[in-house]
Design a binder for this molecule. Structure first.
Ligand SMILES: *Cc1c(COP(=O)(O)O)cnc(C)c1O
Length: 354
């Protein structure tokens, strides 16, 4: 078996294989998405996730196709004219660009890739309707501090915050009282095959979507918040969804709960420490993120002096797949994901083979 440490898709969580087999044996591929059996799958997935991430009842859970879809839906449903984006990598930049492509007038605060935001005495432009933050920039290995983000919310309590948590969930223990919307896809921290996105949306965001709609502003069609909400209340989706993924997702959330999310977080911390300690002491290869408070626990990015190709090949001969850097960092960096599917033993093997 290969050990896959690319940041997404990544290693499958070990129970996924069994759940897929069970799903097929139960004929899940043929059930109607308007049936009781489907509603039960939806309900189980939604409720397990709610417990796992401690999502309050003020927030609704919607299933969509991907994280990039969530970026677009959130802009469509919550912004008439102006969103404000913190940009420090490829994903935060994409989100900003989508807003422009949707005909909005987004603004941004952009800093070089590899740096993070502390949100000290921020000046958010007047008329900002939504603040967009990428919690963990998978493209550079920068994670922002949750306390800093909460402080920003306290400074601007009336502006909703939407947060990309694609590569920080379920590791990060988020207090959703400060976060109005969040989203992720399942092929990273949840260790599943790609093809399912999850969006967490509070009442205020839903109201905003309704108010835009009532004023004749387009909020999109089949995945507008009001219709997603109306269907989710019945444990259904507007479209014929990825039922297989939804089934497996509910089961994986259940497995995380059985293991204990506290334990998963603690094990993640241990693996994070092993990797950064090793590379901090390495003569040649160094963590890319110098400021320790911004070092991602879940995507560890290492500067390797132009040797990423050589390292990726060497490790793959040992059955370990690590990622190259994103975009311009392809040759100069490697990326190592640290998700619940990754065991301490496998992390040790990376270290031994570096
Ligand atoms: C992978 C990733 C995305 C995109 O996810 P898709 O499932 O491809 O839509 C968005 N944001 C971050 C931070 C990511 O790591």
């Amino acid at each position: 078996m290969l050990s896959v440490f690319t940041p997404g898709p990544s290693q499958l969580y070990p129970t996924v294989y069994g759940h897929v087999n069970t799903a097929l044996a139960k004929n899940i591929g043929s059930i109607s998405h308007r049936s009781k059996a489907f509603e039960e799958i939806f309900r189980a997935a939604s409720e397990s996730l709610r417990i796992l991430l401690n999502i309050p009842r003020t927030h609704h859970i919607f299933f969509i196709s991907s994280a990039l879809e969530a970026m677009e839906r959130i802009i469509e449903n919550c912004v008439e004219k102006q969103s404000f984006h913190y940009v420090n990598g490829a994903f935060s930049k994409k989100w900003y660009e989508y807003a422009g492509q949707l005909g909005k007038k987004p603004e941004k605060k952009e800093i070089p890739f590899g740096q993070g935001f502390s949100f000290d005495s921020e000046r958010i432009p007047k008329h900002t309707e939504l603040i967009c933050i990428t919690h963990n920039e998978t493209s550079t290995g920068v994670a922002l501090g949750l306390k800093d983000i909460y402080a920003l919310k306290k400074q601007y309590p009336n502006i909703p915050i939407a947060m990309d948590i694609v590569s920080s969930a379920p590791y990060s223990d988020i207090d959703f009282h400060y976060i109005d919307m969040a989203f992720f896809s399942v092929q990273k921290g949840f260790g599943m095959p790609a093809g399912l996105g999850v969006m967490i949306v509070n009442d205020g965001a839903l109201e905003k979507a309704k108010s835009l709609q009532s004023r004749g502003i387009s909020i999109g069609g089949y995945h507008g918040f009001p219709v997603l909400w109306k269907m989710a209340e019945k444990f259904q989706t507007p479209e014929t969804p990825n039922v297989l993924a939804l089934y497996v997702f509910g089961k994986v959330c259940g497995d995380f709960l059985k293991k204990g999310i506290g334990k998963i977080r603690k094990q993640t911390d241990e693996k994070t420490r092993m990797l950064y300690d090793f590379f901090d002491a390495h003569e040649e290869y160094k963590p890319f993120i110098k400021e320790k408070k911004f070092r991602s626990p879940t995507t560890i990015e290492i500067e390797v002096q132009g040797k990423s190709d050589e390292i990726v090949k060497r490790l793959s001969k040992k059955g370990i797949i690590v990622g190259k850097g994103y975009g311009d960092f392809k040759d100069s960096h490697i990326r190592i994901a640290n998700f619940p599917a990754h065991t301490k033993r496998e992390v040790k093997r990376i270290i031994e083979n570096m």
